[in-house]
Write a protein that binds this ligand. Structure first.
Ligand code: ATP
Ligand code: MG
Length: 367
């Protein structure tokens, strides 16, 4: 798939931008704080209605303005699409695909898939389990509308159940709703576990080979899925998983009430990563951490391709300057097909790339 054009109004530091992209490599060059990351963030936003670095949509709207607008013209699944998003302060964002209003972000799944790679991702292995869950979620949401819907609902229920558990001492009547929230969380949670298990299985088929390639055949990467302990087979159907989740919840009901926190469910899942049999989070060296992170990201790109038959748009934000020469070459050599947007501060780093288009960004404008 390719993004042919992008229009932004009052998005971050872009008051108005219209840009056409090359179907291959696009290099976005500019000094610090000029809007390079904002540009790739806008493309990524249109793929999932979420941003990797903004907690709230309102952060994406230009300071002092009430409304932002994003539009991408793209070619995907053998047809043209126009995706639009309108962000309004104090209101829910609105999305359209070819002029038709979308009811949820899940309906975006499969239209524009992106893999974003930024310097923070190089520490994905060392970061907390939450960052690895976000990595899984962002990949699976782009593939499965049902997952995206279940995840959004799960987050909502988790927040509300958390509030009940936090406040029940002041307002004991709140506990009346606890079991209902637990049941609904388990229903959504079973869907999350099922899809996560299948995605991790695919990751574990793709990532080790990439890791071996990049580490010169010296190291063995292995991924596994740690979820709620009563779930015997996370690859089973959500219906089978549900019973096992309810069992865990039942056993921890009193502990949740006593500790005022939500102790059971896939919001505590972990994608466990081992290198040569040792837990990477604890034991990997800096170089190993980077290589493993690269392998995960590139594997995710391969899986999205296998699933949809189209290369996702690859967004490399400032990542090349963080990599040594060998790993830079490794990443660039794997981009033989598909569209890619690369941001950097100086374009001489990209001398290896012979084709494509360069864009110079200054203060939120194309120059
Ligand atoms: P670097 O090379 O340092 O990564 P960059 O070109 O990627 O820089 P961006 O992260 O895109 O920079 O940010 C560009 C500018 O946008 C920053 O100065 C930032 O303060 C500004 N900015 C961020 N959010 C908003 C907003 N909501 N409204 C206006 N400006 C914003
Ligand atoms: Mg940046």
């Amino acid at each position: 798939m390719t993004v042919n054009g992008l229009t932004l109004d009052f998005f971050r530091n872009y008051t108005h931008l219209e840009v056409s992209f090359d179907p291959g490599v696009n290099v976005i060059v500019g000094e610090n704080a000029q809007g390079k990351t904002n540009l790739v963030e806008a493309v990524a936003y249109l793929s999932s209605a979420s941003s990797h670095r903004a907690r709230y949509d309102r952060e994406l709207i230009q300071f002092g303005i009430d409304r932002a607008f994003l539009k991408a013209e793209l070619f995907s699944r053998k047809r043209d699409y126009i995706l639009e998003a309108q962000l309004t302060r104090g209101m829910r964002r609105q999305l359209w695909s070819n002029g038709v209003r979308l009811k949820s972000a899940g309906e975006l799944a499969g239209i524009l898939t992106t893999v974003l790679f930024c310097p923070e991702d190089l520490y994905l292995i060392r970061a907390g389990a939450g960052d690895r869950r976000r990595f899984l979620d962002s990949c699976i949401c782009q593939l499965r509308p049902r997952y995206a819907a279940a995840l959004a609902e799960y987050h909502r229920l988790h927040e509300q159940k958390g509030r009940i558990l936090r406040d029940w001492e002041e307002k004991p009547s709140l506990l009346g709703a606890l079991d209902d929230y637990s049941l609904r969380m388990a229903q959504c949670g079973a869907i999350l576990i099922h899809y996560r298990a299948h995605f991790i299985k695919k990751l574990n088929q793709a990532a080790p080979a990439i890791h071996t390639d990049c580490s010169g055949g010296r190291e063995q990467l292995e991924l596994s899925y740690d979820t709620v302990s009563t779930v015997l087979d996370p690859l089973a159907s959500p219906k089978q998983i549900l019973g096992q989740l309810l069992d865990h919840q039942e056993r921890h009901r009193q502990a949740e009430i006593d500790s005022h926190s939500c102790l059971t469910g896939p919001h505590r899942d972990e994608l466990a990563i081992q290198i040569d049999g040792n837990l990477a989070k604890t034991f990997a060296s800096q170089g190993q951490v980077r290589t493993a992170a690269l392998a995960l990201k590139l594997a995710a790109r391969d899986i999205l391709y296998q699933d949809t038959g189209e290369w996702p748009v690859l967004l490399l934000d400032d990542v090349l300057s963080e990599l040594d020469h060998r790993r830079q070459e490794f990443v660039l050599n794997r981009i033989t097909s598909g569209q890619v947007l690369i941001t950097c501060c100086e374009d001489e780093k990209l001398a290896q790339l012979k084709t494509g288009r360069a864009f110079h960004i200054h203060a939120g404008k194309l120059v």
